[in-house]
Design a protein around this ligand. Sequence first.
Ligand code: FAD
Length: 604
Amino acid sequence: MSTETKKTELIRGGQFVVKETKAEDIFTPEDFNEEQEMMKGSVKEWIDREVWPKKEEFEKKNYALTEEMMEKAGELGFLGVSVPEEYGGLGMGFVSTMLVCDYISGATGSIATAFGAHTGIGTMPITLYGTEEQKKKYVPKLATGEVFGAYCLTEPGAGSDANSGKTKAVLSEDGKYYSITGQKMWISNAGFASTFIVFARIEDDKYITGFIVEYDKENPNGISMGEEEKKLGIHSSSTRQVFFNETKVPAENLLAERGDGFKIAMNVLNIGRIKLAGACLDAQRRVIDGSVKYANERVQFNTAIAKFGAIKLKLAEMATAAYAGESAVYRAAKNIEDRIALRIEEGNSHAEAELKSVEEYAIECSILKVACSEDIQHCSDEGIQIFGGMGFSADAPMESAWRDARIPRIYEGTNEINRMLAVGMLVKKAMKGHVDLLGPATAVGQELTGIPSMDKPDYSELFAEEKEILQNMKKIFLMVAGSAVQKFGAELEEHQQLLLASADILIEIYMAESAILRTEKNANRLGKETQKEQIAMSQLYLYNAVDKITQKAKEGVVSFAEGDEQRMMLMGLKRFTKYQNQPNVVALRNTIAEKLTSENKYCF
Ligand SMILES: Cc1cc2nc3c(=O)[nH]c(=O)nc-3n(C[C@H](O)[C@H](O)[C@H](O)COP(=O)(O)OP(=O)(O)OC[C@H]3O[C@@H](n4cnc5c(N)ncnc54)[C@H](O)[C@@H]3O)c2cc1C
């Protein structure tokens, strides 16, 4: 097959909202190859053996333990999975990288954060933007954990508005070095890192510039640290302020070009976002595991609480969200991996290919970051509830899981910023002609004014009705977001609540579709009877998604449409969210929960 053919077959980022994807065209966790299974197995085995038993110790602000575990992760090769072999890494594909990130992150948020900060934002700016000399000098040591990395972007006055930092970089008269002065805050790994990626402004440049800055405790070169921050969670993750006072940095340590810093920061964050989504998955599996076991053991009213409908509801919803998250993360990860391979075939360097491919799916990266970070939060909250009073105790694992789950909604771009980005990027793609939103949106407009079909649909095939509803949910997005773009044009970005509502619709579509397509693919190859609970989870996810979308779409429509236009859209909304056969969600939840409790673990 020619590169051209493959290129047209590969779905573009954001296109899922206007295109029908076939089940056989998505990658699922059941498609992991031998190498990927091996990677998953070895990371999981190490975490179970070395990290999970020390969970309590991680709550005691034992930063040295995090450093020690990171060193071990380095010795085992886990820090270099995504680093090309020529720079001392394992050079594995994007899916394997995601697997490591997923399974290394479940036991404690402290390791998840240290690992993410080091391998993602600490290392990738160099592997992706560094010169050959910079890569040779820094990356092999980062890949093995001989040195650790940190990323200094945030400042007291520059958080979400990352390009507004005040840190300055002044070039020396002889042009040999920059002198960096400024204050960075919330810097993960600061307490034990010695390679910092620092963003600073040269003169009055519009955009900041990235630098590689070495830190040696014995010879601090103007670098000093604040105390460890006192945080709600991730207690053994080092987070400090870092101060630079005329820190001298060789001119050759400038990353990419002057003024490229904002671009570097944003592109590296795109990768960070999908990895953070992956990092929320195993935490969910472990919380569900613990909750199921506890519910089976805990007896009240002479009955194991797992037998109560109220507990079944919780377990089923927790597992459903985890299943959908896993389906969506690996679907997107494989899209990225395939596009990287295609770009390399076309002559791109690995770094260029990775950057461009992740940028292509930046919408999905934002969607996943928001969805999975909120799922782990909800999951751990319900975990506490299932444990009852014990859930509130620091002696049980739910309390720390809940506190650790709070941070993913804030870093790597807050969920508000990521929601608005997801819709904003999609609109931009449409304007550039990369995703045709206008054609489908016009068709939806015509459908709204037309007479609904009275044909009796044939729903005998698995998911026939669900897939029709999915198509209708896409129509709802096009109706709401399409009309909003027409109404407000470039001023849409000022209508934040409308953007947030549209983002929620987009998120629910991607997550529901990923769960359904994964299950359909597995039912086709393994038999429908093997997928009973997965079918139930897919149907339950969709049912919940329809409810959320109805609420968000209504909120959007009434915010900008009035009179006949509003009535027409609300009628459309009713039509597009209508089930011919309402699923019995109570029965679906019972099916899922009973499987979990009979297996006494998260088993999907
Ligand atoms: C534990 C931890 C580790 C971290 N690690 C690192 C690290 O290693 N390196 C690093 O550089 N940074 C790091 N950060 C910083 C993190 O990325 C920022 O906290 C985050 O980007 C938000 O910035 P902020 O805290 O200044 O919040 P703000 O930007 O002040 O946001 C406050 C609130 O306002 C909202 N908001 C802001 N702007 C808008 C807008 N335009 N429209 C609507 N709502 C808006 C936000 O969504 C949020 O709800 C870390 C933070 C924490 C807590």
